[in-house]
Design a protein around this ligand. Structure first.
Ligand SMILES: *[C@@H]1O[C@H](CO)[C@@H](O)[C@H](O)[C@H]1NC(C)=O
Ligand SMILES: *[C@@H]1O[C@H](CO)[C@@H](O)[C@H](O)[C@H]1NC(C)=O
Ligand SMILES: *[C@@H]1O[C@H](CO)[C@@H](O)[C@H](O)[C@H]1NC(C)=O
Length: 511
């Protein structure tokens, strides 16, 4: 009964479509090339493989939709192919609900229609599961690639127009009944997209579950490190104030050493296993950013499958061998992370990081670094700084340095970046989006939760803040070691969905 997918493949694109992606969409939300983003990619890959049964045919099918490059200009006839995945195995044809997994700033693989809330909840509801890769990421890159002239067709608004168009096209391709409610799901940036899809297209999207969605755009995201600091000291996840202090001391030692002469810098280079010399302030800042990312990732991805270090194990290392000096714990942590990622040394060249962002050749798998950086410069900011007094890291990482990168890579001036962030919040409503039937799910360990909706904004806008839980944890496959709050959180999502699907039955006449 599964209808044939209409495949609209352009011959030029075919050659590049052979790779099989495994990644899902829980993304790192960070600057390109950083340890934080590499760790995010690594965790995604591990989670995509979890519970995969080899040799069994997968119900996930790949398809392509033709989408207008510029949906806001009907005289522009150019188009591109957007990838989607579909799983019809559980679908009660034709009017079971549609669970739409919205993609973010990474490629989407088949696991996007097998796992997460959509894949897990589909059997119960007889749902059709569909996922949509975000334009300009993964294999959904318009002709012309990542050139700056093309990137002006990359924004959350374009992505939402794609979602609306996909609802219409997929309904036709799969003969989906008009009484089938569409439920949007997404995590992190894609969680924001899920909420905004409901906000802007309520006639198409019946309800949404937004996991760890930073709906508030923010230029100077200094509160990220405020939460990192708090989480390192949180006994619920194995942190302590001693651990936090050890991190502060390690970074103070580093900061001090880096400002000494060449000899100390050379000694530090080998101690922290940096790939290059640490003589220029730019490379020093790059190294510090990588190491902050290492600690940040332990917090952001705390207790998730595939994470080499979480708060508990990081704190264990930080406190185990303090007699060897303030850097010893950090050295052990670096060793472990390099080993996990298969890296010979810690990238510490600013020039290399900038070159990576200037590289216009698309990367078909994992995070789209250049594209995501472009979206921070033109929509969201999210620049992590160390301004808050509780920040455990070096004070060297300033907002203006990060804004400078927008100028260097894209020619965008700091004032325009600030203006863009303001406009984003005006357009979507920041932390008061005013959309009904959106469930905001967050974890209090996750540094991103402060930019989301944490309290219900009325009975049809529920929210839950899960204690002891990290970034997008609710979307990961359930594990016996999950904290009770996470278990309860997943139950609340299922209960809320039940209510909204029952409302759909009454209002849309669906079964
Ligand atoms: C709309 O598209 C047409 C055809 O490509 C182009 O000539 C025109 O400049 C575009 N308008 C805007 C506002 O981009
Ligand atoms: C689409 O589904 C309806 C039932 O909802 C059915 O009557 C119709 O024949 C179907 N059309 C196609 C093309 O499958
Ligand atoms: C502490 O140092 C000793 C000796 O250098 C080493 O064998 C041990 O593994 C270290 N402990 C941790 C937790 O790294």
């Amino acid at each position: 009964m599964a209808p044939a997918a209409a495949v609209l493949l352009g011959p030029l694109l075919l050659a590049s479509l052979s790779g099989v992606s495994t990644t899902t969409s829980v993304f790192p939300l960070t600057l390109p090339g950083s340890l934080l983003s590499r760790l995010g990619d690594h965790i995604q890959e591990v989670q995509a493989r979890l519970g995969q049964r080899l040799g069994e045919p997968s119900p996930a099918r790949e398809g392509w939709l033709q989408q207008p490059l510029d949906p806001f200009n009907s005289s522009d006839q150019r188009s591109f192919l957007q990838r989607y995945w579909v799983n019809t195995r559980h679908w009660r044809f034709p009017d079971g609900p549609v669970f739409l997994h919205i993609g973010g700033e990474s490629s989407l693989g088949p696991s996007s229609v097998l796992k997460g809330h959509p894949g897990t909840l589909a059997p119960l509801w007889g749902a059709l599961v569909v996922s949509l890769e975000h334009r300009f990421y993964g294999h959904s890159i318009p002709p012309g690639g990542l050139d700056l002239v093309q990137l002006r067709f990359l924004s959350s608004r374009h992505a939402l127009a794609d979602v609306a168009s996909a609802c219409i096209q997929l309904s036709r391709i799969y003969n989906i009944s008009a009484s089938s409610p569409w439920i949007g799901f997404g995590g992190s940036y894609a969680g924001s997209l899920a909420a905004w899809a409901r906000l802007k297209f309520p006639h198409l999207i019946w309800a949404a579950v937004a996991s760890s969605a930073p709906v508030q755009a923010q230029l100077d995201f200094s509160s990220y490190n405020q939460v990192v600091s708090r989480s390192l000291a949180d006994p619920a996840v194995g942190g302590s104030s001693k651990c936090r202090r050890a991190v502060v001391q390690a970074f103070a030692e580093l900061d001090h050493g880096l400002s000494e002469g060449k000899e100390t810098q050379a000694a530090l280079q080998s101690e922290v296993r940096a790939c290059g010399t640490l003589e220029t302030p730019e490379d020093q800042a790059e190294l510090l950013e990588q190491l902050e990312g290492l600690v940040g990732a332990a917090v952001q991805y705390d207790q998730q499958a595939g994470v080499p270090l979480d708060v508990r194990s990081l704190c264990h290392l930080m406190l185990a061998n303090q007699s060897r000096g303030p850097l010893s714990g950090l050295q052990d942590a670096i060793q472990l992370v390099l080993q996990t990622l298969g890296l010979p040394c810690l990238p510490s060249s600013k020039a290399a990081a900038v070159a990576e962002m200037k590289d216009t050749s698309p990367q078909a798998e994992g995070l789209g670094s250049r594209q995501w950086f472009y979206q921070t410069c033109t929509e969201f900011g999210y620049y992590i700084t160390c301004k808050d007094s509780s920040c455990p890291f070096s004070r060297r990482r300033t907002l203006s340095d990060q804004l400078q990168l927008c100028a260097q890579v894209f020619g965008l001036l700091p004032a325009s970046v600030a203006e863009a962030v303001t406009r984003t919040n005006t357009y979507y409503g920041g932390q008061s989006p005013g959309a009904t039937r959106v469930f905001f799910v967050n974890g209090d360990i996750d540094p991103w939760h402060v930019l989301s909706v944490l309290q219900a904004l009325g009975s049809s806008e529920p929210a839950v803040l899960l204690r002891g839980t990290s970034h997008c944890s609710d979307m990961a496959p359930a594990q016996p070691s999950d904290p009770p709050s996470l278990h309860l959180g997943r139950q609340k999502i299922a209960q809320q969905l039940k209510i909204w699907l029952q409302e759909a039955k009454v209002d849309l006449g669906s079964v």
